[in-house]
Design a protein around this ligand. Sequence first.
Ligand SMILES: Cc1cc2nc3c(=O)[nH]c(=O)nc-3n(C[C@H](O)[C@H](O)[C@H](O)COP(=O)(O)O)c2cc1C
Length: 326
Amino acid sequence: MSDNAVERQEFRKTLGQFATGVTVITTLDGEGAPIGVTASSFNSVSMDPPLILWSLAKDALSLPAYQKSGAFNVHVLSIEQDELSNLFARRGADKFGDLDFVPGVNGMPLLADCAATFQCKTRHQYDGGDHCIFVGEVLACENSDRAPLVYHGGQYAAALPRQDQGATGGDEVDLQQGSFTSDFFIYLLSRAHFQFSHALLQPDAALGLQRAAYYVVAVLCQQGGLDRAEILERIAVTGHSPSEEVFDKLCDMGFVTRSAAEGGAPDGKYTVTDEGREFQVSLLARSMDLEEQVLSGFRPEEIGLFKNMLRRLIEKTDKGLSNMWS
Ligand SMILES: Cc1cc2nc3c(=O)[nH]c(=O)nc-3n(C[C@H](O)[C@H](O)[C@H](O)COP(=O)(O)O)c2cc1C
């Protein structure tokens, strides 16, 4: 133990603010068995000659192998390889199991499907406190367009390009003119919603259904036996208030049935029919296809971020209106 006053926990937490990638570094032991560890201490050193470094804890079981092998391969993990990272971070485990690898130009194990690889000859080894620092000369390197796995604050993360444009909210709206720019947040949200639902409902145009009719069927698929007032209350959040005519049309089409009026329900109660449910199911199937199509160009982490943002927006704007889908 040194007499340095920097508190261990604080040091670790502070280092965590430095976002890094995650690598798996492989070599061979004296018996020629493959060895590997997860390391985020990787960094570049020199362009000419091309040098990189990383550091390994002195108590790592694999340390002697790296000290003696004279070469190693660095695999920069992709966003999909978090399990590989966990596997190689397990002390002393049989990490290779039935993992596919080939010998690299330096003879060391080379794993597939990574974001990038550096095949190195060990040039220097330095003492670094409780770690040993390895400097490698790069003999070959390869990169792909796979998104890298990020490590930040002790957690895996994803790197997203910054999207500064439109984030300021500055001049999105001209209150004198009543006009707005295409950066106006509510405009972007509304336009995306309208375009999505237009593409979704367009194939049914021949049915002549008003948009409110879709909401009525959706509500009745969740719960049957509701009267008109109860249905209207659930749909209120959409801003639609379907007229008698809409309900009559849905009955005529055989999508819903209306019970005879009685004391408790002077207008009768509505229930969805098998045809109505089929209609709703086909609409949902179409929604899923459309979603897949529309989101196909986005990265999983972008979609996750976007969904989280929408959830937070829904929470923030909830004024207690009835939720038609629950
Ligand atoms: C994201 C991540 C980054 C890591 N980075 C390092 C590192 O740079 N150096 C190190 O010595 N250990 C690091 N570790 C821990 C080692 O991977 C772990 O101690 C490993 O079990 C050592 O293997 P061994 O004892 O079987 O040789 C990291 C672990 C994780 C999950």
